[in-house]
Design a protein around this ligand. Structure first.
Ligand SMILES: [Zn+2]
Length: 444
C-alpha cells in the first residue's frame, strides 16, 4: 500500500508561489531556544531554511539578491501543535463529550451505545482534522479503529502517525487470523507514518500484546497504548478482579490469560513492561494512575506519556501526577483525546489545564511555562519519534519541516509571551502552516 509516501511534501495546488517565503512576527518562539523579538523564519521547499531576526534574514536575502515572498504576521509564531493522542474519527460523537461522568466505566458505557450506531467514520475523521487544523495543529498521533478513517492524515496532508488500534483479541484467534489481517491492513513495507496501537492492557490477551511488539518491530512501525487511564486497571492486572475484569468476562473474554490466572501481581505499567509493551519506540496515553515506581519504569524504558487533562476531567477520572512527572523528568507530551471526551481539539486548552494542575499540585519552578510549551510541540515529536531525521517537527530549526502556528497572544517580554501562550487556553490561533503551506487563516 502506497499510503503515506507523500506525507511532508506540499499538497499539489496549495502552494502558488514557489519562491522562498519569509514569515515575520513580533515574537518568534522556536521552543528549542529562547524567543526572538521581531523574528522571522525563511521557508524553502517546505522546510525551514533560516531562523533569526527579521532584520538579519531580510539583510541576507537582499545581499544575495534572492527573490522571495513575504508574510508579516501580527502574532506569536511558534511550532505547530503536536497532538500526541487523539481519535479524529470520533468527532461525530461530540455529544458524548458534552456529558458528565462518574468514571471510566460510566463514560465507556455511554460511548459504546453511540459508537454502535451507524457512522461515516471517514467523514467524521476529516471533520476532526479540519477542526484541529484551525486550532493550530500540524501533527497528530491519531488512533484509528475503523478502516474508513485510516487515511485521514494522508488525505488531509497532516503530519503524524496513524495508529491502527487492536482490541478484543484472544491469542488463538489472533494467531489464526488477526495477525495476518493486521499485516494486510498496514502493508508489509517498513514506513515512518503508520503505527500499531494495542488498545489497553485489559482489552487484549497477554500474548497478543506481546506479539504486537514483535510485529511492530518486524514492520518497522511505532506503538501507542492507553495505559493507567482507569482506576480499575490496577485491580485487573494485579488480581483479575474489579469492574473492568467483570466487564470483559461478561463480554466473553474470560479466557484472557490475566483473568484465567487471577492476575499477574503487577500494576498496569509493570505488567506492560513485563510483556514488552513499553520502550523508546512507544508512547502511552494518560498515565493517570502511575505511582513513583510506575513513573520510574516509564523513565527507564524511555516511554513518553501523552497527558490529556481535559478528557480525564470529562470522564471523571483523577488528576494525572503532572508535577511529579515534571520533577522526576519523565518524557511528557500533550493530547486532546477525541471530542467524545473533551470540549475541543485545541491542544492549547490542555496546555492551560496542565499548567493549572501542575501549580495546584505544588510545582513552583519558574520553568513550568517553557516545559509545557515544549511538551505540546517537541515533546509530542519525541513521543512519535519525529524530533530527528528528514521529517522532523516540533521546533523552529533549520532543516525541520516548516510546520508552525501563529497565535494572537502577544505580550511585551519573552517570558510574558511564553506565559501567555501556555495560560491562554484554546481559541487563539490565527494561522496554521504545514510544510510551508498556509493551510488555515483566521478571517475577520
Ligand atoms: Zn484515547
Amino acid at each position: 500500500m502506497d499510503l503515506l509516501n507523500d506525507r511532508g511534501l506540499p499538497a499539489t495546488g496549495i502552494r502558488a508561489d514557489t519562491r522562498p517565503q519569509l514569515h515575520t512576527a513580533p515574537w518568534l518562539v522556536p521552543v528549542s531556544r529562547e524567543p526572538i523579538r521581531d523574528g522571522a523564519v525563511l521557508v524553502t521547499d517546505g522546510r525551514i531554511s533560516a531562523v533569526g531576526t527579521a532584520t538579519e534574514l531580510l539583510g541576507d536575502l537582499r545581499r544575495n539578491g534572492t527573490e522571495f515572498g513575504e508574510h508579516a504576521w501580527e502574532g506569536v509564531l511558534m511550532p505547530g501543535h503536536v497532538n500526541a493522542h487523539s481519535h479524529l474519527q470520533y468527532t461525530c460523537m461530540a455529544d458524548v463529550g458534552q456529558g458528565v461522568y462518574a468514571g471510566f466505566e460510566d463514560w465507556s458505557r455511554a460511548f459504546q451505545v453511540v459508537y454502535e450506531e451507524p457512522h461515516d467514520w471517514g467523514a467524521s475523521a476529516a471533520d476532526g482534522l479540519a477542526i484541529a487544523l484551525a486550532a493550530g495543529t500540524t501533527a497528530i498521533s491519531d488512533i484509528v479503529t475503523d478502516t474508513e478513517a485510516f487515511e485521514v492524515l494522508k488525505h488531509g496532508q497532516m503530519h503524524g502517525i496513524a495508529y491502527w488500534e487492536l482490541m478484543s483479541w484472544l491469542t488463538d484467534e489472533w494467531m489464526s487470523r488477526g495477525r495476518s489481517e493486521t499485516i494486510a491492513r498496514l502493508g508489509t513495507a517498513p514506513h515512518d507514518f503508520l503505527g500499531l496501537s494495542p488498545h489497553a492492557p485489559y482489552s487484549l490477551d497477554t500474548e497478543v500484546i506481546r506479539d504486537l511488539s514483535t510485529l511492530s518491530e518486524e514492520l518497522g512501525v511505532r506503538r501507542h497504548m492507553h495505559l493507567a487511564e482507569s482506576a480499575w486497571e490496577a485491580e485487573y492486572t494485579l488480581s483479575g478482579t474489579g469492574q473492568l475484569a467483570d466487564q470483559w468476562r461478561n463480554w466473553g473474554y474470560s479466557e484472557f490469560a490475566v483473568l484465567r490466572a487471577g492476575g499477574t501481581q503487577r500494576r498496569p505499567v509493570a505488567y506492560a513492561e513485563s510483556i514488552g509493551a513499553l520502550g523508546p519506540d512507544c508512547h502511552i496515553a494518560h498515565g493517570i494512575y502511575a505511582d513513583a515506581e510506575d513513573r520510574a519504569i516509564l523513565r527507564r524504558t524511555h516511554t513518553a506519556v501523552a497527558l490529556c487533562p481535559r478528557s480525564n476531567a470529562v470522564i471523571g477520572l483523577d488528576e494525572a501526577p503532572v508535577a511529579a512527572y515534571l520533577r522526576e523528568g519523565n518524557r511528557i507530551a500533550v493530547g486532546t483525546d477525541s471530542l467524545s471526551s473533551t470540549p475541543s481539539l485545541d491542544l492549547m486548552g490542555d496546555v492551560a489545564a496542565l499548567y493549572a494542575l501542575a501549580r495546584a499540585q505544588g510545582y513552583a519552578e519558574t520553568d513550568l511555562h517553557a516545559r509545557l510549551l515544549h511538551a505540546a510541540t517537541l515533546g509530542g515529536a519525541v513521543a512519535m519519534g519525529m524530533e530527528t531525521g528528514d521529517h522532523r517537527i516540533g521546533s523552529l530549526d533549520v532543516g525541520a519541516l516548516a510546520d508552525f502556528a501563529v497565535l494572537d497572544t502577544l505580550a511585551p517580554t519573552a517570558h510574558d509571551v511564553v506565559a501567555a501562550l501556555v495560560e491562554a487556553g484554546d481559541g487563539h490561533n490565527l494561522a496554521t502552516i504545514i510544510s510551508g503551506d498556509i493551510r488555515w487563516q483566521r478571517t475577520i
